[in-house]
Design a binder for this molecule. Structure first.
Ligand code: NCD
Length: 322
């Protein structure tokens, strides 16, 4: 056991990253601080390190993804790991293999980290109980998406210098959003004031227990806020109709310059992507580099995932019998 491994294990005493809920402010800060160094490294011509040389990362995505999967792939490769991407379309899942059989099969190949995205809340935790390696939740149903919340936090911290005491309005389809849930946990843990702005049909019944202020009107919810975080209308998770019409949704809940005018003058706009232009956000505003940090969020994603991979891979050496 090297000194470095022992230190990181003490500071981040978790084998897996399944969610933000339960992480302490110090643990979140540790991951964000480590990410900072990778932001710089990723801007260099030579972006490669050998920190994870000899280690194997498997991306196991049971749902479509552009940003998260490529970001984890780049993160692993830039740290020198061998990276395998499992495409569900060509895997034995199509032949009816269960989630746990797939997990046990992959586990037999001795990966060091598994990044898993799955349409069911709780599926990633279940899988983590069957394998010897570290598991990172790449998004499970409408439950959690921890690396998204971390990359959002890094984007905010780099722009505004802190997370505490900021007012963040999370707007739109909160009901189906794992991004919202992970962000609510992270921002509350770090001392920010969190508001959610949505029609009652797009809020979970449990919203009152999440420690947020609830608004059903964009102008009231956005008044004086530092950050406006927009969410995609997740129609693929909707059974039945949750909004009367797309036109009406944009009219009342779509972000445009007019609604944004009540937020702080320099309020930043965020969106995890993929965006529905003209549905939850005005297209011109989404591209307005003076206000929108959407591309910066993507950049921070690679750095945050490098920090998470490094932290968990070094914990694994100490924790596992291998
Ligand atoms: C989000 C996700 O998959 O939960 N996207 C992402 O990871 N960048 C949000 C979404 O799909 O709307």
């Amino acid at each position: 056991m090297t000194e470095k491994t022992a230190r990181s294990n003490l500071a981040f005493p978790h084998r897996h990253l399944l969610g933000i809920e339960g992480l302490s402010p110090d643990e979140i800060t540790l991951l964000l601080d480590l990410s900072e160094a990778y932001v710089e490294q990723n801007r260099l011509e030579d972006k490669k390190k050998s920190t994870l040389r000899g280690r194997t990362l498997i991306n196991l995505f049971f749902e479509t993804s552009t940003r998260t999967r490529t970001s984890f792939e780049l993160a692993g490769k830039r740290l020198g790991a061998d990276v395998i991407n499992m495409s569900i379309a060509t895997s034995s899942i199509k032949k009816g293999e269960t989630l746990l059989d797939t997990a046990i099969t992959l586990n037999a190949m001795h990966p060091d980290v598994l990044v898993v995205r799955h349409p069911y809340s709780g599926a990633v935790k279940l899988l983590s109980e069957k394998v010897n390696c570290a598991v990172i939740n790449g998004g499970d149903g409408s439950h959690e998406h921890p690396t998204q919340a971390l990359l959002d936090a890094l984007t905010i911290r780099r722009r505004l210098g802190r997370l505490s005491k900021l007012t963040v309005a999370i707007c739109g389809d909160v009901l189906h959003s794992r991004v919202a849930r992970s962000n609510i946990h992270l921002l509350n843990t770090m001392g920010a004031h969190v508001r959610v702005v949505a029609p009652p049909t797009l809020l979970p019944a449990s919203i009152g227990r999440l420690g947020v202020e609830v608004f059903h009107d964009m102008r009231e919810g956005l008044r004086g806020c530092d950050i406006v975080m927009m969410l995609r209308l997740q129609t693929e998770r909707m059974k039945g109709s949750f909004v009367p019409s797309i036109r009406e949704y944009f009219h009342f809940f779509g972000l445009d310059y007019d609604k944004l005018s009540v937020a702080k003058e320099d309020a930043l706009i965020m969106h995890p992507g993929p965006m529905n232009r003209g549905i939850e956000i005005d297209s011109e505003l989404a591209d307005d580099v003076g206000r929108s940090v959407i591309q910066e969020q993507v950049e921070m994603g690679v750095a945050v995932r490098m920090a998470c991979l490094e932290t968990l891979a070094s914990n694994g050496v100490v924790g596992s019998a291998r």
